[in-house]
Design a protein around this ligand. Structure first.
Ligand SMILES: [Fe+2]
Length: 182
């Protein structure tokens, strides 16, 4: 659990049939996701602006597409929190404070370094989202579980896109028996 869940979650009265206890827990989880998604989006933009090298243009475009996708998730997550009667906490300050991700490196230049830095952040973010599917399902909020499932599928795909840039070299460098697992 991130720092966010130590905060008390604001809950407004609502006619929704989900119990208050469920709503409070789910809103706390959604706010943790909101902070991390905002953080990840700004990190992807950071890569979009600063990547350099002969593969500049395709990475610049790919990173922008990824940032746009994350912006949609930011809105979906925040609005699920408010639909549950919660307060969505989506300022830059809260994002910086409550994100589960490490800060983006400022001393990298080439495409491979940016792709690696983003893969190193998409992976823990994907884990957080997958865990959130189970948590919201356990808390009997199937709609939030469904929202997380949608995000999870998209993030797994993006991690694949990132890792596809790296895997050829990683596989080539691996010892013979470790080249393909299966
Ligand atoms: Fe741009």
């Amino acid at each position: 659990m991130g720092k966010n869940n130590n905060h008390k979650q604001t809950l407004y009265p609502s006619r929704i049939d989900l119990p208050e206890n469920t709503r409070a827990k789910v809103v706390g989880l959604l706010n943790e996701t909101l902070a991390s998604t905002l953080d990840l989006k700004t990190q992807v933009k950071q890569a979009h602006w600063n990547v350099k090298g002969m593969d500049f243009y395709q990475l610049h475009e790919l990173f922008d597409e990824m940032a746009g996708e994350l912006e949609e998730f930011v809105d979906m997550v925040a609005e699920r929190a408010t639909a549950l009667g919660g307060l969505a906490k989506g300022t830059a300050r809260v994002a910086a404070q409550d994100s589960i991700l490490p800060e983006y490196p400022f001393d990298i230049l080439d495409g491979k370094s940016h792709v690696t830095a983003l893969a190193d952040r998409y992976a823990p973010y994907a884990k957080h989202i997958r865990e959130a599917i189970d948590k919201s399902d356990r808390w009997e909020d199937k709609d939030t579980a469904d929202l997380y499932t949608e995000i999870s599928r998209a993030i797994d795909k993006r991690l694949w896109f990132l890792e596809a840039h790296l895997q050829a070299a990683e596989v080539a460098a691996a010892p013979e028996k470790e080249k393909v697992k299966g």
